[in-house]
Design a protein around this ligand. Sequence first.
Ligand SMILES: Cc1cc2nc3c(=O)[nH]c(=O)nc-3n(C[C@H](O)[C@H](O)[C@H](O)COP(=O)(O)O)c2cc1C
Length: 545
Amino acid sequence: MASDVLQKIIHYHEATKHHRNRYARSAGYLDWDNQPHPFRFYHQCPMIRLPFLDPDPSLPYDDMYAPVGNSGNASLTGDAIAGFLELSLGLSAWKSQGAAKWALRMNPSSGNLHPTEAHVILPGTDVFEAGIYHYSPYYHALEQRAAIPNGFWDQSYEVFGSHGFFIGLTTVFWRESWKYGERAYRYCNLDTGHALAALAFSAALFGWHLNVLDHLSDDEVAMMLGLNKVVWRHGEGEHPDLICFVSPDHTGVHNMESLSEMITAVSTQPFSGMPNQLSGSLVHWEIIEDTAMAARKPDTPRRIGALPAALPSPASKTTKIAAAIIRQRRSAVSYDNRAIFPQDRFYSLLNRTLPSAGGAPFGGVSTGTAINLLMFIHLVEGLDQGLYYFLRDKEVLDGLRKACTPSFLWKSMSDDLPLYLLKKGDMTDTAADISCNQDIAGMSCFSMGMIADFSRILEGAPYRYRHLFREAGMVGQVLYLEAEAHGFRGTGIGCFFDDEVHRLMGLPDKGYQSLYHFTIGRPVADNRLKTLAPYHHLQNGAPEK
Ligand SMILES: Cc1cc2nc3c(=O)[nH]c(=O)nc-3n(C[C@H](O)[C@H](O)[C@H](O)COP(=O)(O)O)c2cc1C
């Protein structure tokens, strides 16, 4: 018998499925007067503007995935930490059309609503003093919320065996539920995954490891980031997602007790800073609050992730540096349906979605591999059109094969990669149709659903609901960058008819579930939009918060 908590989560998941004749509940219109402010600011605390990268780190794109060696602590400078933030969560451009103007960021977000916020715990450098800060992407600045307790960095060295700093992610659900209503909680967790992968890639650019402290409870993350010290406006609070330790060396957590003491010490610090008001008034989506409560993470034993070494990957043949690919990442809004994706690049891209020991972005995560890719292949060189499965976790093959429709072929397509042809045929209409009739899923070279063995994974650990979406978001971030590296473009797809996807696989029960979709092809540019530089708004001095 599933626990009450698990039942709550399954209820949320079922209630927020889109069906052809009934979409998940939302306001049904956009209340522009109460649109949440896309940027969080902390008022009444010191703000330190950060330097911009000039030049960008020169790491070639292909090297970004390679395991990082131990590089000593020389590179933990203020400039480098500022660069790490700029290339992970900073602004990438502004777009404008007529009077409307909106910012884009290095990390994508469902509806460009950006529910994810970041906080950092930094040692002192020539650019900023040691402290606990909120990162403001709008100003590329740190807002100082607290000082560091005495002895904190010595203890940190004891815990991790290396110098480093902490970065934590939080979520404001209302930013996303303003538009998407009840389904927003899923999108928030996908966005966390995108942001986490963006952090891992950016860390790799500076020769650093990013180690997600997955064993911590949400309460501990909240304490460490001082979230429990803030008086939030109703519904506008930041919910704890995760915290990472970033360092130039491979680290483990060598001393759990000292880490607990560090968290307690931070929790006794005075915090300052008043979060800005995001909306005049808001709609309270009770099911999101209830599900977030049910999916709260307790502290858990630290799992030592034994990831396989990466398979040899054909180089992506891009001569671009990694930072250039990160900066140019965008979502496509429509595709040229004649473009063909080269086969070697396709296999290279699939390979990059696999977790590998020590390599970004999955190397620092210990929550396991649960997302496999159901692929709609439209135009990939050397491959028949059809439905395919790419197994990021080969262990699931037998179970999945038994569960899916018996007529699937399961024909292995590669000696090196677990890609299987399920059935041949033109899937362009089907892919668009199940993606809430979005043409981008059918006009591209290929699209996919990200499938998890849902019930099995959540049994006994309901909080992993968040981890499944987070992993899917991380895979999405790899796909965004890989698409750019090969001269194509990707788009995340959160809107799809869940059970139509499951029916396509012949999976009638609630076992396997599709959590996120993605599409990649040759983009068609929207020439109505103007592009502006990411920080042009700061050129004549910073505008008021
Ligand atoms: C979780 C997630 C779900 C998304 N769902 C859709 C979708 O269903 N349809 C779509 O056209 N774009 C979708 N997008 C793309 C976003 O609209 C896009 O990331 C956002 O507008 C920011 O633009 P950028 O990616 O170019 O920075 C999604 C993105 C994410 C991260």
